[in-house]
Design a protein around this ligand. Structure first.
Ligand code: SF4
Length: 207
C-alpha cells in the first residue's frame, strides 16, 4: 500500500494529547499473545492508518475524552493492566495519557501495527509492547518490542518476520480459519522458538 494511502486516515494530532479520540473503554481478559489470560482494561483509540481486509474492529466512531475522564473510566475496572489499542493508538499523542495512568500505578501495554514511530517518551512509560505488523517492515524507531504478533493468512510472508527485533514472535491464524491454523503449525515446525496465538476471547465470547 503506498505511503500516502496509509497516512491520509491518521488523526496524528500535534497537540498536548490532553484530549483523545476514544472509541471505547472496556474490561476483559487479554486474549492474545504473551499476556493471555490477564485481566485488562482496554482503551481503544479511534481510527487507523490501515484498512486490513480481515479487520473486525469498528474504530471510526469516537468520543473526544479528556485524559482525566479516561483515567476515571479506567479506575472503574479492577485490572492492573491497561492496554492501549485501536484502531492505531500511535496515531494520537499518547504521552500525557500514558504518564497519567503510570502515575496511578497501572502496568501499560500497547498494541500497534508498527507503521508509526512512537514518541520516545513512551519507552519509559509502556511496560509491554506488542507490534502486530500488517505491512512490512516495521518502521524504525521502536526501541524495544516485547512481542511481534503476525496474522497468518494468505498474504503472510514467513521470510519477512523480523525476529531479531522482539523478545517473542507469535503467529496468529487469520480469523482462526483451519487452513491458516495449519499454515501456522507448519511454519512453527521450521521455527520452534516462535509461538502460536489464538484469540481466546473470541472462543469464549468475551469482549
Ligand atoms: S491495523 Fe489493526 S485496527 Fe487497523 S485496519 Fe488493520 S487489523 Fe484493523
Amino acid at each position: 500500500m503506498p505511503a500516502e494511502e496509509r497516512t491520509e486516515r491518521l488523526p496524528v494530532w500535534n497537540d498536548s494529547g490532553r484530549v483523545l479520540q476514544i472509541n471505547e473503554i472496556f474490561y476483559s481478559i487479554e486474549g492474545e499473545g504473551l499476556r493471555v489470560g490477564e485481566p485488562t482494561t482496554f482503551v481503544r483509540l479511534a481510527r487507523c492508518n490501515l484498512r486490513c481486509p480481515f479487520c473486525d474492529t469498528e474504530f471510526d466512531r469516537f468520543t473526544p475524552m479528556d485524559i482525566e475522564d479516561i483515567a476515571a473510566e479506567v479506575a472503574r475496572h479492577p485490572a492492573e493492566w491497561v492496554c492501549l489499542t485501536g484502531g492505531e493508538p500511535l496515531g494520537q499523542n499518547l504521552a500525557a495519557l500514558a504518564g497519567r495512568l503510570k502515575e496511578a500505578g497501572y502496568k501499560l501495554h500497547i498494541e500497534t501495527n508498527g507503521m508509526i514511530a512512537p514518541n520516545p517518551v513512551l519507552f519509559e512509560l509502556i511496560d509491554h509492547w506488542t507490534v502486530s505488523p500488517k505491512c512490512y517492515p516495521v518502521v524504525a524507531g521502536f526501541a524495544r518490542i516485547t512481542e511481534l504478533k503476525y496474522v497468518v493468512g494468505r498474504a503472510f510472508r514467513e521470510h519477512r518476520v523480523e525476529e531479531h527485533r522482539a523478545d517473542y514472535v507469535y503467529l496468529q491464524p487469520e480469523s482462526s480459519e483451519p487452513r491458516y491454523v495449519q499454515k501456522a503449525l507448519e511454519i512453527l515446525k521450521r521455527h520452534p522458538r516462535w509461538r502460536l496465538s489464538t484469540r481466546i476471547h473470541k472462543t469464549l465470547d468475551l469482549p
